[in-house]
Design a protein around this ligand. Structure first.
Ligand code: FAD
Ligand code: EPU
Length: 337
């Protein structure tokens, strides 16, 4: 256990947050030992993967941070079409994806270059370019912080939704996800329905893409739009894309003919929050050391000296401005700590 440990390199906003106690979890016994110790009585505890979807409001976290670092990937034959891949929560997401792509196992190549660790991937059902983790998810194993028991969660138990799961809602902070099992295709078909993937593949001169080509195309697209947290602090999209009833969308469309929305199955439309934020005049705007990224209006960046509260207040100003302009509520995607 480390005391008064800085989390500056463990959160992608690059905030210089000090944690009262940090325990690195290399395996289950680290959590079990901590549970039996006197420190367990401390009220506040949190689980941290790569810190790429967290905003710490204060510069001191007065509790215990469990830093996930358990490792291991095991691949088993599942049936004629699938392999089952069991991955420890502390594995880094993108190297895992790249390893699977190189081995020819398909299903997660569209999620290339999402930062963070495997254990956080079910937490908000990570998604990009037409794929979500729920599409390849089999089950996960988690540790119940209350009673110390190991529990398996099948897909139905996780209540996956858009950027959501039971671990982000009713069970938030109650379970440590220890490992995740995925079913990946042995004979994958590349999924390149997204317009921007097709454009990038054609720029690369690929006419019959395989999963590796999709992975490369997505890497290029993401690098061109999203800031690298090592250079400019950020946590990806700060807000979720709001989902509204089709009639609300129709009304907005009359007033704002170029509004961007994607119809969903059930009379709802997912609006591009980036468009709303840009239209409300925020794209590229900077106040002190916080700003909206110049290439992607949904990404709030820390130019270096911002505090967690600076970032939060700035985000709330954007939220209010979008509400006043369009009557739409933007819900943060980032976990506010
Ligand atoms: P953390 O930030 O460490 O944690 C996130 C939350 O999960 C916290 O509440 C934490 O307590 C909890 N948690 C973490 N690990 C565990 C565990 N083992 N057990 C229980 N709870 C846990 N997300 C997308 O969905 N799609 C994208 O395309 C995308 N692009 C991004 C691009 C950039 C540049 C950045 C910076 C972020 C992006 N994100 C995206 C957000 C982020 O990368 C994902 O949400 C990622 O899964 C977070 O992983 P992490 O390990 O960093 O989680
Ligand atoms: N747009 C603007 N202004 C901008 C950027 C985008 O008007 O500055 C409009 C464009 O019309 C564009 C549309 O918004 O076509 C959608 O933009 P983009 O394709 O970049 O996707 P997004 O909706 O902004 C979502 C996810 C990303 C994910 C990408 C690709 C959310 C909240 N964000 O972004 O996930 O990588 O799609 O699938 O769902 C994250 O969750 O952190 C994240 C980065």
């Amino acid at each position: 256990m480390r005391r008064n440990f800085t989390l500056k390199t463990f959160n992608t906003f690059g905030l210089d947050v000090m944690a009262a106690y940090v325990v690195t979890v290399n395996d289950l016994s680290d959590i079990e030992r901590l549970r039996k110790s006197g420190y367990w009585q401390l009220d506040k505890k949190m689980i941290l993967g790569g810190g790429s979807n967290c905003l710490f409001l204060d510069d001191y976290y007065e509790g215990i941070v469990l830093l996930m670092n358990n490792k291991g990937v095991s691949i088993q034959d599942y049936d004629a079409d699938f392999v089952k891949v069991s991955v420890a929560a502390g594995e880094d997401w993108t190297p895992f994806v790249q390893r699977m792509v190189a081995a020819g196992y398909g299903g997660i190549e569209n999620l290339t270059l999402i930062p963070g660790k495997v254990g956080a991937s079910p937490m908000q059902n990570i998604g990009a370019y037409g794929v979500e983790i729920k599409d390849v998810f089999l089950r996960l194993q988690a540790f119940d912080l209350e009673n110390g028991k190991l529990v398996d969660f099948e897909a139905a138990d996780c209540e996956f939704g858009y950027r959501s799961s039971v671990f982000k809602t009713t069970l938030k902070g109650k379970f440590v996800i220890l490992s995740v099992d995925f079913l990946l295709h042995k004979h994958p078909q590349a999924n390149f329905q997204y317009g921007s993937i097709r454009e990038e593949l054609s720029r690369l001169g690929v006419s019959q893409p395989e999963i590796v080509d999709v992975s490369v195309a997505i890497t290029n697209i993401r690098r061109s739009k999203l800031p690298d947290p090592l250079q400019l602090g950020n946590a990806g999209s700060f807000f979720k894309n709001p989902v509204v009833h089709r009639l609300v969308f129709d009304d907005l469309k009359r007033e704002f003919p170029d509004i961007v929305g994607y119809p969903e199955k059930t009379n709802t439309v997912k609006l591009a929050a980036a468009w709303l934020i840009e239209k409300a005049g925020w794209k590229g705007r900077r106040v002190g050391d916080v700003g909206v990224h110049k290439n992607q209006a949904l990404v709030i960046v820390n130019y270096g000296g911002a505090t967690g509260r600076d970032i939060f207040s700035f985000a709330m100003e954007i939220q209010q401005s979008v509400r006043e302009t369009f009557g739409i509520h933007l819900e943060p995607e980032v976990n506010i700590i």
